[in-house]
Design a protein around this ligand. Sequence first.
Ligand code: SF4
Ligand code: SF4
Length: 234
Amino acid sequence: MAATRLQIPAPLQWVTVLTAACLMLPTFYIVYVALTAAPTVWSRLWSTRIPELLWNTLSLASAVARAMRITAINLFRKPITVHYPEKPRTYPDRYRGLLALTYDPATGAENCIGCRLCEFICPPAVIKVEMLKGQGRNYAKSFSLELYACEFCELCVQVCPTDAIVMTRSFDLATTDRRELLMDKDRLHAIGLQHQQSWGTGNRLRDMQAPPAPPKKPAEAAPAPTAKPEGEKA
Ligand code: SF4
Ligand code: SF4
């Protein structure tokens, strides 16, 4: 099959030529005026306008060259697009994402004691906790977190005395349904089991923020024995 060639209509060609000619006219005029200017005009321009014009042109050219250098570097750089979720991303070590509840790995019991500190500290009030009194310790009877309104400020994590609420190294929870972001206790525990926990637990963060311990005082030296006056018998 013969290849079809793009035909530019003749009127459009004329418009193009006329536009180019119109754009060239000011350039021709400037060249003409410059060539026919008297030596006195050139001398006056050299002592007034031309040095400043040259300096401005050089500054502009230098700025354009710097910008073009960055463009050229990026032109040959390998793309850094990650095809998430087919290819998982590597998060930074200190990444803190989705909130989760934890179990005690030694006993398998829930870490949350239902103290409600997280509920009281939460700025947008998206946490609701009901305490359940128990033998020896308390539990959270219910725990809900409206993740769609969470600010990820981490205050709930910082106040938790038992490291029960933590942030995880993942944000993998995209959804088009807000109801899926209303978390209950079971879902928060499931997220805690599914994703790696962040390093920043409440106890660690509080230790970091605590004022440094005062330096230990050196042990007081024993008083030196006093010399007895001469003549005094032991
Ligand atoms: S991270 Fe901040 S806003 Fe989100 S639940 Fe915790 S305290 Fe509330
Ligand atoms: S998550 Fe922590 S701060 Fe919140 S109720 Fe449970 S133990 Fe208390």
